[in-house]
Design a protein around this ligand. Structure first.
Ligand code: ARG
Length: 411
């Protein structure tokens, strides 16, 4: 086997991509839990799955090999080494707040007695207190947070596979996520990279792992070409983490430019890819709300440094010119979400109108509901493949968020 990871652009033909089919985790919560779980509504699961299957089929029909996170995880845990499974369950329980005592022991036994694929689904879907027999003697169970229904919270955001890790060049970042609702998600990627036969033993570079302080999420990590990466400074990604990634990419001699772009720190604009994506060699989508009245936005260009400073950093605000320079193109087409109309732009950005997944230069997958932005893309010469989005969009993520590319063809 050779290293299967190859991501040197945002737009090269999509060859291998990892998805997660939405399952019980997207319906195992109440309105009271919604905000904490980073959802704005509760999807109707059968339709969400149908929409997701259609999304996967569009990717396959266009030449991509679609892998499912839940299957990769189950393949690892079904593998030769039982201690890997035991250790994984121990870690998941610990990161869910269960490190010792009767409840931890009962959870451990409950999970390890299940067939592996059901166990994986269960960990993702959450474990209700009512599912477990801990025995009447647990004071913790009787007295602590008695009314809260879960021992393990569901992980509804798992179908946004973009965020817990990001494949860059021939390696990846395994991300320290911002909110408790998503922190455990990157344990799955870590497991797959360390133990799945597709990746194990191949010295895959991890540019930054989940144990580092300073948060980062894949929705902020955009690979513009084989020497430029753009990373959002956002609600989810700290400047500190961006410096770390820049240092390790530069040290490995992969990529020589990292753009740090500062976007509003709000739920609607949580990641750079909710407001800015690359759709062709010289075309981007952009949500005008991120630019100030003069059309400016804080951007820092980072290059490898010299003997005194390991990074060379320049501050700019004219993003369009910066992109032209680093991408070495004379003209750049910035296509505005919603055509610039403030009502339509706001509405379509909220439903991920800027969150296009580019599967070949000038070919994108988008949500059908963003009909104004989609029409505009078509008018700008982009081929738009629409997928149904009534339920999937309730989790506040679009086609780019729902996909984690592992390999793309070179341009
Ligand atoms: N790459 C993205 N834009 N992902 C969107 C993730 C949405 C998810 N509900 C969250 O808040 O984390």
């Amino acid at each position: 086997m050779t290293n299967p990871i190859h991501i040197f652009s945002e737009i090269g033909n999509l060859q291998t991509v990892m998805l997660k089919r939405p399952a019980d985790e997207v319906q195992n919560f109440t309105p009271q839990m919604m905000q904490r779980l980073l959802f704005d509504d509760i999807p109707y699961l059968p339709i969400a799955q149908k929409e997701h299957d259609q999304f996967a089929q569009v990717l396959r029909d266009n030449g991509a090999n679609v892998l499912y996170l839940e299957e990769l995880v189950a393949e690892v845990l079904n593998g030769q080494r039982p201690e890997v499974k035991q250790q994984f369950v121990k870690t998941i329980l610990a990161e869910s707040g269960h490190t010792r005592g009767a409840i931890t022991a009962a959870l451990n036994e409950f999970l390890l007695n299940m067939p592996t694929d059901l166990m994986v689904a269960k960990i993702m879907a959450g474990i209700r207190k009512s599912e477990l027999d801990v025995g009447a003697w647990s004071l913790v169970r009787a007295a602590e947070d008695e009314d809260y229904p879960y021992y393990l919270d569901p992980m509804p955001n798992l179908y946004f596979t973009r965020d817990p890790s990001a494949f860059i060049g021939s390696g990846l970042t395994i991300n320290n996520m911002t909110f408790a609702a998503r922190k455990r998600e990157s344990l799955f990627t870590e497991l797959v990279i360390n133990y799945h036969p597709m990746f194990a033993g191949q010295n895959i570079p991890v540019w930054r792992d989940r144990n580092q302080i300073g948060r980062i999420e894949g929705g902020d990590e955009l690979i513009l070409n084989d020497h430029v990466v753009a990373i959002g400074i956002s609600e989810r990604t700290s400047a500190e983490a961006i410096e770390d990634v820049a240092r390790s990419l530069f040290a490995a001699g992969q990529f020589d430019t990292v753009l740090a772009i500062s976007i509003p720190k709000t739920h609607a604009t949580m990641h750079l890819d909710t407001v800015f994506t690359m759709v062709n060699h010289d075309q981007f989508t952009v949500y005008p709300g991120i630019l100030d009245a003069k059309g400016d936005i804080d951007t820092w260009i980072m290059h490898p440094g010299d003997d005194q400073h390991d990074l060379r950093v320049t501050h700019r605000t004219d993003l369009k010119n910066v992109l032209k320079e680093v991408l070495n193109v004379s003209e750049l087409d910035m296509i505005q979400t919603g055509g610039g109309d403030p009502i339509i732009a706001g509405r379509e950005q909220w439903n991920d109108g800027s969150n296009t997944l580019t599967i070949a230069p000038g070919v994108v997958v988008t949500y059908d509901r963003n009909f104004v932005s989609n029409q505009l893309l078509i008018e700008h010469g982009i081929k738009v493949l629409e997928v149904a989005s009534s339920e999937l969009s309730r989790g506040r993520g679009g086609p780019r968020c729902m996909s984690c590319p592992i390999a793309r063809a070179d341009l």
